[in-house]
Write a protein that binds this ligand. Structure first.
Ligand code: SF4
Ligand code: SF4
Length: 157
């Protein structure tokens, strides 16, 4: 391995000092203090709802799921309805796209938090009822917005 030139070392050092000085004078950060601040969930998809009344138990959703997150649960009416394991789900929404009766639908709920892995496993009854939204105890600010797919920092007071 060849030794770097002195000019390269000097340039790298000056660049590093310039970054340090810039951040000292005008601090910037790319992390957010969740839940007081949050990212804008630009193209992220949300929690999936289910209307069992529309479901024909065709199982297409379970078959197309790339992570095997959907399990069909037997119902008292002899049908089978899908439940989703959100520990596996990658929110691709293939299941929604393929559902021939629109029994599965997207929601804007994108923040899901669980205490335990078992809580991530939603049965069809749970899929019928969107999760309760709890507001953080301080106001939330959007710290990073996406413009044309590129994250832009928003200056916070
Ligand atoms: S959104 Fe994708 S990963 Fe999640 S259950 Fe549907 S098909 Fe499976
Ligand atoms: S694809 Fe739609 S109709 Fe078929 S089992 Fe899944 S939710 Fe029910």
């Amino acid at each position: 391995m060849s030794t770097p030139k002195l000019s390269t070392i000097v340039k790298a050092t000056v660049d590093a000092l310039a970054v340090a000085a810039r951040n000292f004078i005008k601090p910037e950060r790319i992390t957010v203090y969740y839940p007081y601040e949050k990212l804008e969930y630009a193209r992220m998809r949300g929690w999936i709802g289910l209307w069992t009344e529309k479901c024909t138990s065709c199982m297409l959703c379970a078959r197309i799921c790339p992570t095997n997150a959907i399990k069909m649960y037997p119902a008292p009416n002899t049908k089978r309805y899908p439940g989703i394991d959100y520990g596996r789900c990658i929110m691709c929404h293939f299941c929604i796209d393929i559902c021939p009766t629109d029994a599965l639908y997207p929601t804007p709920i994108k923040e899901l938090a669980f205490y335990d892995y078992k809580e991530m496993i939603y049965t069809p009854d749970m899929e019928r009822e969107p999760p309760k939204i709890q507001e953080p105890y301080k106001s939330v600010k959007v710290a990073i917005k996406y413009e044309g797919g590129i994250p832009k920092k928003v200056r916070l007071e």
